[in-house]
Design a protein around this ligand. Sequence first.
Ligand code: BTN
Length: 325
Amino acid sequence: MISSKRYQLISILAEQGDNYISGQMLSERLQISRTAIWKHMNELKKDGYQFESAPKKGYRLIKKPDNLNESTIKWGLKTNWLGKQIEFQESMTSTQDIAHDLARKGAAHGTVITTNNQLRGRGRMDRTWHSDNDGGIWMSLILRPDIPPHQASQITLFVAVTLVESLERHTGLDIQIKWPNDLFINGKKISGILTEMQAELESIQYLIIGFGINVNQSMEQLPSEINKRSTSLRMESDNNWDKLTLIQQLLHDFEKAYELYFETGFEPIKQKWLKHAYKLHELVHVKTFQEEYDAEIKGIYDDGALIVTKRNGDDERIYSADITW
Ligand code: BTN
């Protein structure tokens, strides 16, 4: 992870905007020597930052890199606790696995793990999540909510609602949620969420919220076995999206929404989920471990279960199933 002095140095220089700040002033504010500041600047240059120095005036920041890494995500990130610790590597097996590892070692609530491509991305129900390309956002968050384990399913629905609202706000696209938490645009999957938990009987040790969002992939870059059912923001909008900005907006919106959920409870989330629900009040095909039948989607319960009405008029509560149409 980036040294906190280096991060403070970027923040101080960024605060100054176009103004210069003297080496002496930086050294006092950071409590490190001027040589140490110079070394940090050299490291930052390797990441693509550019500085200008002027005699008697000092330094100013003139360019930040637009590639994804820990310092570029942090720079300009307007959150209080989410993303204060960021683990970024160009390539990872799965952000989910790295997140579990860090959480076991005590990583803080709000730690963010992200990468440009995953070698062994995982989806729900042990499926492969194709993410060996830098066209998407592949990210896991470590959360340590003070809630009983059975409430974790609400968090999963909350995440789906939050991603939809944030992506809609920033891209202008119209996004739906297919139960339990797949994001769809025009009938095709754009994003999936995987929630994993380490818990005792009564309390959660940590939650790992993993989400993948197809951002800039073309049809050819999506694997052929899924490209009929999947899409990307670019394919739906003809726009190449800046992943860095999207990530910062998502983290900012997520933090705000998370705090609101703990103030106002699940009801507002449920209403928003219903507003975006894909195929609500329509006939779908339900396949559970025990049976298969056609039914109409009616809504969700507070525990995240899907309510469907069978053809004979009976309501069913579904916790796990494949829903098709
Ligand atoms: C699904 O729809 O089945 C869930 C997909 C979740 C994918 C994300 S990408 C980031 C994180 N790391 C993983 O290996 N999986 C999740």
